[in-house]
Design a protein around this ligand. Structure first.
Ligand code: HEM
Length: 386
């Protein structure tokens, strides 16, 4: 589905894009090499460019913006709080969130009809899961969703008027104040939630500081909400095109795992990343100067036929061992395990509860972004199972 990526891979694997003043990298091996070499291809400008003055915790860099070796300590601490064993225990909660959202849809629309799958399910599901995982109290949920939306929209600030910018600034202050309160409360009284996990995690006698914990909570929101929302939107968009796929998945729910994995490869929510060179680098005869923007195209690497047979095809039984959708190297996605589990459990619950759940249009409106991929809305026809 990506003819431009194919052209780049074949004709210009290192291609200068004038409007971005940077180079896009499109072959699997090259994207891998860039992402694994954090010293040459630095992440330090990532966060300031994303949030700018709206960063709620400006005094320390979040780990997604740290280069090795500084990144290592904080990542090891984060890994400790986020091991698969702990994530696995969240399964029941995640199913409950999906079921509650479906109950709300039935309350609003009855047993059959139409609703917007993005606005009424996918945009609410991951933020509710993360709120649960971080231990956000129920009374605060409404505010929390509002703050997260404002913060997530900060990346688009060039397009906003002053009122909207003031709203983002306000949300950024509120979310910090909220997590500061949570930090104090959980330091005194730790629970099973992830913030308590971050406060307690210790590597070589070292713990995360208060600002680092705040930062981690906010990074999880920004990294974990829109991506998972989009993965579910993308999945249901393509289901319409892939012959009888819902029937197959309903008949054998074991196939939902392989479906999610192949969907992530085929059309992932993050299409590209951003790095800056710390020195001049030569690749495929092109010299990239020092301190220059480099954009590894994850989506192009995922369709490289040097890496996959029939790379342009969705194949349910492909079971890709490796994919580029979560990045690679030191910043490989911390939510790799959680997000795939969320997607599997959401799809499983949806297909169980809905007899019919079908997009009304062939091609939805996609987000206007080079970087994030997902439908802006997805009207569906539905019928709940009796
Ligand atoms: C990093 C994708 C879900 C937390 C990343 C990166 C990618 C990515 C491509 C690498 C960024 C870079 O190298 O600059 C995705 C996709 C997701 C997803 C496609 C869903 C399908 C999540 C979830 C969470 C999360 C659910 C948290 C609960 C993070 C964090 C990092 C990260 C904390 C930074 C890791 C580091 O700097 O060491 N993600 N992500 N992500 N992701 Fe995800």
């Amino acid at each position: 589905p990506y003819p431009h990526y194919a052209q780049l891979r074949e004709i210009a694997p290192v291609h200068y894009v004038e409007s971005m003043n940077g180079y896009v990298i499109s072959r699997w091996d090259d994207v891998m090499a860039v992402l694994q070499d954090g010293k040459t291809f630095s992440s330090a400008q990532f966060w300031p460019e994303l949030l700018g003055e709206y960063d709620p915790v400006p005094e320390v860099a979040p780990m997604i913006s740290l280069d090795p070796p500084g990144h290592v300590r904080i990542r090891r601490l984060a890994n400790k709080a986020f091991v698969p064993g702990k994530v696995n225990k969240m399964g029941d909660k995640i199913r409950r969130v999906a079921n509650e959202l479906i109950d709300d849809i039935v309350d609003r629309h009855g047993d059959e009809g139409e609703f917007d799958f993005v606005w009424e399910f996918t945009a609410l599901f991951p933020v509710t899961v993360i709120a649960d995982v971080l231990g956000v109290d129920l009374a605060q949920r409404e505010d929390f969703k509002h703050w997260v939306d404002a913060l997530l929209s900060a990346g688009n600030r060039a397009a906003y008027d002053q009122d909207r910018l003031d709203g983002i600034a306000e949300a950024s202050k509120d979310i910090r104040a909220y997590f500061e309160k949570v930090f104090d409360q959980r330091s005194a009284n730790p629970g099973e939630d992830l913030i308590s996990g971050f406060i307690q995690a210790e590597v070589d006698g070292q713990k995360l500081t208060r600002s680092e914990v705040l930062n981690m909570a906010i990074l999880l929101l920004i990294g974990g909400v829109e991506t998972t929302t989009n993965l579910l939107g993308i999945s249901f968009t393509h289901m319409k095109r892939i012959g009888n796929i819902q029937e197959k998945l309903r008949a054998d729910p074991e196939l939902i795992g392989p479906f999610v994995e192949e969907m992530l490869r085929y059309d992932g929510p993050v299409q590209m990343l951003f790095r800056h060179t710390t020195r001049a680098v030569e690749m495929h005869g092109v010299t990239i100067p020092a301190n220059t923007l480099v954009m590894p195209l994850l989506g192009a690497a995922n369709h490289d036929d040097r890496k996959y047979d029939n790379a342009e095809q969705f194949e349910l039984d492909r079971k890709p061992k490796e994919m580029m959708s979560f990045g690679q190297g030191p910043h490989f996605c911390l939510g790799f395990y959680l997000s795939r589990m969320e997607a599997r459990l959401a799809i499983e619950t949806l297909l169980e509860r809905f007899e019919v759940l079908e997009p009304l249009t062939g091609e939805p409106k996609w987000m206007e972004s080079y970087f994030a991929r997902g439908p802006k809305g997805l009207p569906v026809r539905f019928k709940i199972r009796g």
